[in-house]
Write a protein that binds this ligand. Structure first.
Ligand SMILES: Cc1cc2nc3c(=O)[nH]c(=O)nc-3n(C[C@H](O)[C@H](O)[C@H](O)COP(=O)(O)OP(=O)(O)OC[C@H]3O[C@@H](n4cnc5c(N)ncnc54)[C@H](O)[C@@H]3O)c2cc1C
Length: 417
């Protein structure tokens, strides 16, 4: 058994990957475990859900990404529990011990105590979610083509998105684009342009974390695409018929959930207090209080800076992952660990084809220029040269032709048999 220190990283998302990379020259051996064998570029998930991109365009094998970093071993495994006292992780099969642990297992959906809504209103977090959303959306149009009853047809052509954050806004814009452009000529009995797309936000604004001017621009851009935006609309029920908002029932076949997230459940086994979203609040160094060998980063980490919680975005996860890794290297070198400080480069959201809003380095951008900048950023951050070329080509093609690459293909049955 080697005496070299063993660092385990749970999660090969944005935080875990940057933690592993930052340990490239540290005197440690690293094991990165993930329950998937790929790193997923979540910011483009909605493009898979709405048939603009294929799953392989936004995912890369973790082994391949880290192939040149000889001190890293990648394991396909699920962490079930962490025994902090004995520095031991229970996996789906077997166990793993560690000297240092970075937990970067991200977040899942939260239905605010209504887990019964989950099967009826899929959220968007994984590739499976994206393909399920794509399936439900496309089958709704196919089913509408086959019914004669106008009320049923209208229910089938009503799409409700719950949650007006960036994911909900991007999904609503893309669904409107599918209805008004991509599918507009493909059916004979229905007019896809008549589809009703509703974006329901419980708070007073969509894109609540964006500056006010951009929130207004985003709302205007969505409404021009034909999306009905409703704010202060708190969903009180989701069932087979559709959605209930206060006393109103909205008949809808397709309901998509973009409202809440909860930290990965593995955090519960750490035996430390969790916030309402199940996240761990670390020391300023990102170490868990009382455990200088254990770090939390990314969506699982509740970090307050200048009195405000940091948002659950990729840049926070990446910077935290690298910082936790550097603190491990500092500790091994006998140096004090440093507090984390997030450098905010900005935030963006795209709205359909050709429009986006963003606050980048304090500069507010919107419209077509914002969209071009959004494209540039996403291609820049995507992992893998092939993916960058494919995504750039797909976007250029769909921009010129209005077509979606995968031509809206899906499997699945229209009605249960
Ligand atoms: C649809 C969508 C759009 C988004 N758009 C943007 C955007 O435009 N810009 C932006 O900055 N951010 C965006 N985000 C947020 C961003 O993706 C997250 O903040 C970021 O992924 C968090 O990184 P992380 O490393 O904490 O977790 P993740 O990237 O989620 O990685 C967690 C990893 O841990 C693995 N894992 C989880 N549990 C276990 C376990 N028990 N055992 C083993 N492995 C496990 C998962 O498979 C996953 O690979 C978006 C998120 C979503 C869902």
């Amino acid at each position: 058994m080697s005496s070299i220190h063993h660092v385990v990283i749970i999660g090969g998302g944005f935080g875990g990957l940057d933690a592993a990379r930052a340990l490239a020259h540290a005197p440690v051996r690293v094991t990165l475990i993930d329950r998937h064998n790929y790193h997923l570029f979540q910011p483009l998930l909605y493009q898979v859900a709405t048939a603009a991109l294929s799953p392989g365009d936004i995912a890369s094998p973790i082994r391949w990404i880290l192939r040149k970093q000889k001190n890293v071993e990648v394991l396909l495994a699920e962490a079930r529990a962490i025994d902090v006292a004995n520095r031991r992780i229970t996996l789906d099969r077997g166990e793993l011990t560690y000297d240092f642990l970075i937990v970067a297992s991200g977040a899942a959906h939260s239905y605010f105590g209504h887990s019964e809504w989950a099967p009826r209103a899929p959220g968007l977090k994984t590739l499976d979610d994206a393909l399920e959303i794509r399936r439900q959306v496309l089958l709704a149009y196919e089913a509408a083509e086959r019914v004669d009853d106008p009320a049923e047809r209208s229910r089938l052509l009503t799409f409700v998105i719950v949650g007006g954050g960036p994911t909900g806004v991007e999904l609503a814009g893309a669904l409107a684009e599918i209805a008004r452009q991509s599918l507009s000529q493909d059916f004979r009995r229905i007019d896809p342009k008549s589809a009703r797309i509703l974006l329901l936000e419980g708070g007073p604004h969509i894109l609540g974390t964006f500056p006010e001017v951009l929130r207004h621009k985003a709302r205007g851009a969505l409404e021009r695409l034909g999306v009905e935006v409703r704010t202060n609309a708190i969903v009180t029920g989701i069932d087979e018929a559709g959605v209930k908002v206060g006393g109103e029932s909205i008949a809808a076949q397709t309901v998509l959930w973009a409202a809440g997230i909860a930290a990965s459940p593995v955090a519960r086994s750490l035996g430390v207090p969790l916030d309402r979203a199940g996240r761990v609040t670390p020391e300023p160094t990102l170490a868990v209080p009382g455990h200088p060998e254990l770090f939390v980063v990314g969506d699982l980490c509740a970090f307050v800076q200048d009195g405000k919680p940091l948002p659950g975005v990729a840049q926070v996860a990446m910077q935290q992952g690298a910082h936790a890794a550097r603190n491990i290297a500092r500790k091994l070198a006998g140096e004090p660990m440093q507090p984390f400080r997030y450098r905010d480069y900005g935030t963006m959201a795209t709205i359909g084809r050709g429009s986006a809003v963003g606050d980048v380095y304090g500069i507010k951008i919107s419209g077509f220029f914002g969209w071009l900048f959004w494209i540039f950023l996403h291609i820049f951050w995507l992992i893998g040269f092939r993916n960058r070329i494919v995504v750039m080509t797909e976007w250029a093609w769909s921009y010129i032709t209005f077509q979606r690459r995968v031509r809206l293909i899906t499997g699945g049955r229209l009605w249960p048999t």
